[in-house]
Each structure stands twice: as structure tokens, then as C-alpha cells.
Ligand binder design. Structure first.
Ligand SMILES: [Zn+2]
Ligand SMILES: [Zn+2]
Length: 354
């Protein structure tokens, strides 16, 4: 098979690889669509994966084409989304079925081979069948969609809350889409350049307000839009010290701050910001990954349910569709920020979406 193999930091080779050998409880998935995650860029170019060689890619969907044993055979021919985290099953978090906090997990696309390949081996446990109306591209976005839902579920959310989002990358835009499904009407989003705002208006709600950071006076804008009270909830989807400080500044006393974005670097913040946490008696929450527990109501089942009902349309965030052989082009765009992108999706059969 053809695969993108990370042989060392910064060296991703498009090369021929033998098909994965299946073990007990595993199936072979033919990748239909794989998204490039923001986290893949530092993984490939700065930090590397846990060992080399590894095939990156953790946001993918495909079709089951082979199985090692009986449990897998019933999946053959089915279209599936794949929960990329393989829990240990023994630690306290696993016993509580909070697999996202497993202390010694395996992960497709960073610790084990992932979806930047024609085929991936996946444990049956990690499969979620895609309903008929859910496309491969949407299926490949189950992971970020579930991450965004998981984040929002860390909040105490009321319908009349005003929510500020800093950072409108894929997760920020998905947070906005979820807020719409939760009937939140007052959303203020902040990002760079004009395109993210246009995309949010198209995919979440045209009533949500957007402001470019370049326009300045963020505090004034947010206080003006909240009758000088500050927002009930501030969500950081950017992972920069500046946006976290903005969250602390713009949230009202007694409000909630949710930290979602992976840190871009050191996250030092000023004494003044720290005082805001104390004086405003803020509630801070972190979020990590998503829940997948083989039951209705977990993040993945909730995401697929909303995708089927079309109340969540993550695939509308796809700004670039690339053929499998052109994956490196997507990495170049994301790494160099050479043009605006939101989700860059690589497709097995690149066919135009309507
Ligand atoms: Zn990701
Ligand atoms: Zn565990």
C-alpha cells in the first residue's frame, strides 16, 4: 500500500509499505477520507511521533475490508468512523470508562500507525458505523466534532448565556456549531482575518458576531456587547497566552472560562490576569479529547446523531479537498499559512462535493 511515513522529525516520505498484519480483534480499514489536524503540523515538523517510523493521521473514516476473526467479520463492508485512542482498559480512568484520560493509551496516528495511508488496522472496539446520510468526509470529522462537544460539556450552559470564543480554527468553528445546537443565541467570536467570521456565519449562525483581533479594543467590544457586564462564558480555542488573558479579562464576575486550545508555547500570564481569576471567582475548566463508551449520549454517538440529522455539519468547514497523493500540499499550506484554510481533507477518490 501507499503511505505517508514519518521516518524522522520533518521527514515524511510517501512510500510503499506492506499491508498491516491483523491481530485478534482487529480489522483492516480502507481509508476513504482523512483530515489533517492542526496538531499534525508540530507532530510532523517539530516534536515527532513516539517512535519512528510512524504513519500519522488520526481523523479518518473508511470502509472495513478485512478482519482477523469473527467479531471483526461482521463489520466487513461497513463504512466506519474510528475513535483513534486505544485505552489500556486497566487504569482508574478506564475502569470509570473515561477512556480519554487513560494513563497509558495507544493512539492511531501518533503512537501507532494512523490514517495517512491507504489502509489502517483498527481494533473492532474503536469502530463506529456511519449511517447512510453521513459522508466519508463528515465521518473523518467525527474526532474534532466530538472534541468540540466534549469541551462544551465541561460548561454549565444556559440558553441566555453570552459566550465569547477566541480562535476560530476547526475546533473554534465546531464549538460555534455546537452552541447553535444548544440554542445559544449570543455568541461573540474573535479571530484573525475575515474568512473565519464568514465561515462561522455560514456554518453556525449568521447572528453570531465576529471581530478580527486586528481591529483591536477587544475588551471594549465585548463589554459593549454585554451591557458592560462581561461574557458569561469565555472559551479559548487558540492556546496563546494573549487569548487566555483575554478570556480572563472579558468574562464577568462568577463566570466560566474554558481552555480548549493546545498551547502554542509557554503559557505564562501576568499577575494582573491571575488576580482576575481570584477576584472574579472564576470557574476554570480544561478539556481533553472526547468520550467514546459504546453508548448513546457519549460524544461520538452524539456527534454522529447530529450529523445524521444535519444539525451538525462539520464537513462544511472543509476549505481544501486534496487527492491522497497531494497530502504534502495540505501540510505546506498549514505550516506556512500561505493561504486561508480551515479543514484540509484528503480523499481516496477525490470527487467534488455538491
Ligand atoms: Zn486532532
Ligand atoms: Zn487506561
Amino acid at each position: 500500500m501507499k503511505a505517508y511515513v514519518l521516518n524522522k522529525i520533518g521527514q515524511l516520505d510517501y512510500m510503499e509499505r506492506p499491508l498491516p498484519r491483523l491481530k485478534e480483534g482487529e480489522v483492516l480499514v480502507k481509508v476513504g477520507a482523512v483530515g489533517i489536524c492542526g496538531s499534525d503540523i508540530p507532530r510532523i515538523f517539530e516534536t515527532g511521533t513516539y517512535h519512528f517510523p510512524t504513519i500519522p493521521g488520526h481523523e479518518f473514516a473508511g470502509t472495513v475490508v478485512d478482519a482477523y476473526d469473527a467479531p471483526g467479520r461482521s463489520w466487513i463492508g461497513k463504512r466506519v468512523g474510528v475513535f483513534p485512542l486505544i485505552p489500556c482498559g486497566r487504569c482508574t480512568s478506564c475502569i470509570e470508562r473515561q477512556y480519554e484520560m487513560c494513563s497509558s493509551y495507544d493512539y492511531l496516528g501518533s503512537r501507532s500507525d494512523g490514517g495517512f495511508a491507504e489502509y489502517v488496522k483498527v481494533p473492532v472496539w474503536n469502530l463506529l458505523e456511519l449511517p447512510e446520510g453521513v459522508s466519508m468526509e463528515a465521518g473523518a470529522m467525527l474526532e474534532p466534532a466530538s472534541v468540540a462537544l466534549h469541551a462544551i460539556r465541561r460548561l454549565e450552559l444556559r440558553e441566555d448565556d453570552t459566550v465569547v470564543i477566541f480562535g476560530l480554527g476547526t475546533i473554534g468553528c465546531l464549538v460555534a456549531q455546537w452552541l447553535r445546537t444548544f440554542h445559544i443565541e449570543k455568541v461573540l467570536a474573535v479571530g484573525h482575518r475575515k474568512e473565519p467570521g464568514i465561515l462561522m456565519h455560514k456554518t453556525a449562525s449568521k447572528d453570531y458576531l465576529y471581530r478580527m483581533e486586528e481591529e483591536g479594543n477587544m475588551r471594549e467590544w465585548i463589554y459593549e456587547k454585554t451591557q458592560e457586564q462581561g461574557a458569561d462564558i469565555a472559551i479559548d480555542c487558540a492556546g496563546s497566552p494573549v487569548t487566555v488573558a483575554n478570556c480572563l479579562e472579558c468574562v464577568r464576575p462568577g463566570g466560566q472560562v474554558l481552555l480548549v486550545g493546545n498551547p502554542q508555547g509557554e503559557m505564562a500570564f501576568s499577575k494582573d490576569s491571575y488576580w482576575k481569576i481570584l477576584r472574579k471567582q472564576l470557574r476554570l475548566a480544561g478539556t481533553w479529547n472526547s468520550s467514546f463508551a459504546h453508548q448513546a449520549g457519549d460524544d461520538w454517538h452524539e456527534s454522529v446523531r447530529h450529523m445524521e440529522a444535519k444539525s451538525l455539519q462539520p464537513e462544511r468547514l472543509i476549505t481544501h479537498e486534496l487527492a491522497f497523493g497531494n497530502l504534502s500540499q495540505g501540510l505546506r499550506i498549514m505550516r506556512g499559512h500561505v493561504e486561508y484554510y480551515n479543514k484540509i481533507m484528503v480523499l481516496e477518490n477525490k470527487v467534488r462535493r455538491k
